[in-house]
Design a protein around this ligand. Sequence first.
Ligand code: DAH
Length: 338
Amino acid sequence: MSIKDQTKKIKKDFLERLDNCSSYDGSQIIKNDYLGRKGKLSELYSKLQSLPRSEKAYAGKQINDIKIFLSQKIESFTSSFTEKKSDLDKKDFTLPGDPHPLGSIHPITLVSEQIKDIFSKLGFSLAYGPEVDTEFFNFDALNIKDDHPARDMQDTFYIEPGVVLRTHTSNTQIHTMLKKDPPIKIIAPGRVYRNEDISVRSYCLFHQIEGLYIDKNVTFGDLKGLLNYFAKEFFGENVKTRFRPSFFPFTEPSAEMDIYWGLETESDYRITKGTGWLEILGCGMVDPEVFKSVKIDSEKWTGYAFGMGIERMAMLKYGIHDIRLFYEGDIRVLRQFR
Ligand code: DAH
């Protein structure tokens, strides 16, 4: 084989090996195999001696050219490694990294999810009612008479005569009963609005969860059992509860459920007005007047209803003392919830 053919073959093999090489150390082995003292090129040089004088010059140039070519290739191949190495040298791994902030779940969302989970396990399904509604759904059908103080302009936001921002989620009871025949077993979470002075305890909008169960032979005992179970699930096994007689136009009899908050600190006295007990929800047996307005036969069906404020529950569970913290979006507050 002529020197020229041999250089061609060397070039081809060399390039193939370099193609398959992916490390700096690998490239040094190739370099040595071709350009090293006992490498392929020095073998070729030694062959030069035996060539006739007329061919020597030409063959010598071929070998020199291939040597330059291989050297340049190896050089540029290894430089990619050495550059990377020196780039790394420049990096300071002790510097603090770029933060990737994690979002958190708003406590109102968190608590309403917890409440929904508890009732879902007991077979309640979700229902949603409109936030802008007529007086019929928000008041009349719930047996809240025209002269009831809740209708007062000071409490209710009127959109136009006869249309209000709902003042409670109880409107969803009426929507559900008009759409569906009993048995009914729903909870209805959502936002409600009241024209109240903004303070530590009240805000112009807040959240409630309504419950409604209608079936044959539903009793007040069922209602108490359900709500006691709920309180244990939500606040923990050791929670103490009590029911107090109360009044709501849409339930008869009506009650409020309190949980025992304690009387250890001065603020406990203030929050519980010196009793140690805190009201967390209103409830009762659906009033026959309500059944009448949605055309359900109250001789055949009975039911209970309840409603609770989500902010109130969140404040109790997480020891939040100012309702306004829920709406201000202060990241230092929100970050504490996951
Ligand atoms: N709607 C009442 C409120 O906003 C809460 C309530 C009380 C709902 C008793 C009920 C109930 O369903 O039976 O204060």
